[in-house]
Ligand binder design. Structure first.
Ligand code: PMP
Length: 385
């Protein structure tokens, strides 16, 4: 079987660091039991791994209260817990950006149908992706924001949004801010002490280099979410309400010990490799890819204007080919890319890529190589689209 050249790391980073596979196998074989439900030794050990993972993740983002890190099976589920846990009776104004994922837009749409909320889209410049802060200030003053949902990094364009700036203005109105860090945590340095947002949602299987099945949110907020999911926690079982303490109030069902152990190993790997080294490597690869793609006749790249606002996710369209067609052709060269709308419903209007069937998205990780990028560029040249 020929090897796949993988450029779909925004969907999930692949492969994982070797230590992630090793740890998951070892933990599942030795202490793959139901943590937090029993007092025998290996159940306690499994519990310790969960606590250690919370502590290590907290360290990674300079967060002082690890028990306010809530684990969930996926970023989408974590986002649903937040959205459905917010108050909607008297707080009706929501701002989102054109970059938001359906993990946000679909649950918000669901809330909209029930509570008649207003969803406003913050304006960004279509060419540079820059935000007009003065305009935003006016918008906020005319229509006060209750909740703001922001992608930290766009899963379509790799754009790093100016979240600090937006948060600063929004906090003047006491808005609750939800930051989607699915494409940023583990890749960009995040300092939760400095970043004035309420909830940070993370996905273990993306830039954190962990496995599927573990994600969650960091709760920095004074706002208390209602719990959306209810069920077994292994504690206070005669009480039909969820236990009223963190993180248990939001953590239902048997914890995925294998995935959590994998995430723990991945965070340690990030720490040992150095978050800056991972970013530098990805930047070098991104530059090569950007240069290569820019040289392909008929390719149009959707890049943030400033190089420092970019990560290793690049979307493009081709003059004479539909995006899905390009994906199929590249597959014949064993190159894996993602094509289409990438679960981001607002951005294709913004980029005018709807008629093209969305974009062809190339996304990198620490484990891609310059040779792979050269092979891709040669194939695209060969294809003569
Ligand atoms: N937000 C963003 C920005 C994403 O890219 C993704 C995954 N594509 C998600 C949320 C949802 O992650 P998951 O599918 O793992 O729940």
């Amino acid at each position: 079987v020929s090897q796949t050249i993988y450029f779909d790391n925004a969907a999930t980073t692949f492969p994982k660091p070797e230590i992630v596979y090793e740890t998951m196998d070892k933990v599942y074989r030795s202490i793959g039991v139901n943590a937090g439900r029993s007092s025998y030794r290996i159940a306690r050990e499994a519990n310790e791994i969960i606590n250690e993972t919370r502590t290590n993740l907290a360290k990674l983002v300079n967060f002082k209260t690890p028990n306010r890190i809530v684990f969930a099976p996926s970023a989408t589920i974590a986002m649903n817990q937040i959205i459905n846990g917010l108050k909607w009776d008297d707080r009706k104004t929501v701002y989102v950006t054109p970059f938001e994922h359906n993990a946000i837009m679909r649950p918000l749409h669901y809330i909209q149908k029930k509570h008649h909320i207003d969803i406003e889209i913050i304006q960004f410049d279509e060419k540079s992706f820059e935000i007009d802060m003065e305009n935003l200030k006016i918008n906020f003053s005319q229509k006060r924001p209750d909740y703001i949902f922001l992608s930290h990094v766009s899963n379509v364009t790799g754009y790093i949004l100016p979240v600090e700036l937006i948060a600063e203005v929004a906090k003047k109105y006491n808005a609750v801010i939800i930051l989607d860090c699915a494409q940023s945590m583990g890749l960009l340095p995040i300092d939760t002490e400095k970043l004035d947002v309420d909830y940070l949602v993370f996905a273990g299987h993306k830039t954190l280099y962990g496995p599927f099945g573990i994600a969650g949110f960091i709760d920095k907020s004074d706002f208390k979410l209602s719990y959306f999911l209810a069920g077994g926690t292994g504690s206070d079982s005669l009480n039909l309400d969820m236990p009223d303490y963190y993180p248990t109030i939001y953590e239902v069902a048997s914890p995925n010990i294998q995935a959590i152990a994998g995430l723990n190993a991945a965070i340690k790997w990030i720490d040992e490799t150095g978050i800056d080294n991972i970013r530098i490597r990805e930047e070098e690869l991104t530059l090569r890819l950007t240069e290569g793609l820019s040289g392909i006749y008929g390719a149009k790249l959707y890049l943030p204007k400033k190089e420092t606002d970019r990560t290793g996710i690049i979307s493009c369209t081709f003059d004479d080919a539909d995006s899905n067609e390009v994906g199929k052709l590249l597959d014949e060269y064993s190159i894996a890319v993602r094509t289409g709308y990438h679960c981001a419903p607002n951005i294709h209007n913004f980029l005018s890529t709807t008629a093209k069937g969305g974009t062809v998205r190339f996304s990198l990780s620490y484990f891609n190589t310059v040779e792979e990028i050269e092979y891709l560029i040669n194939c695209l040249t060969d294809l003569d689209l």
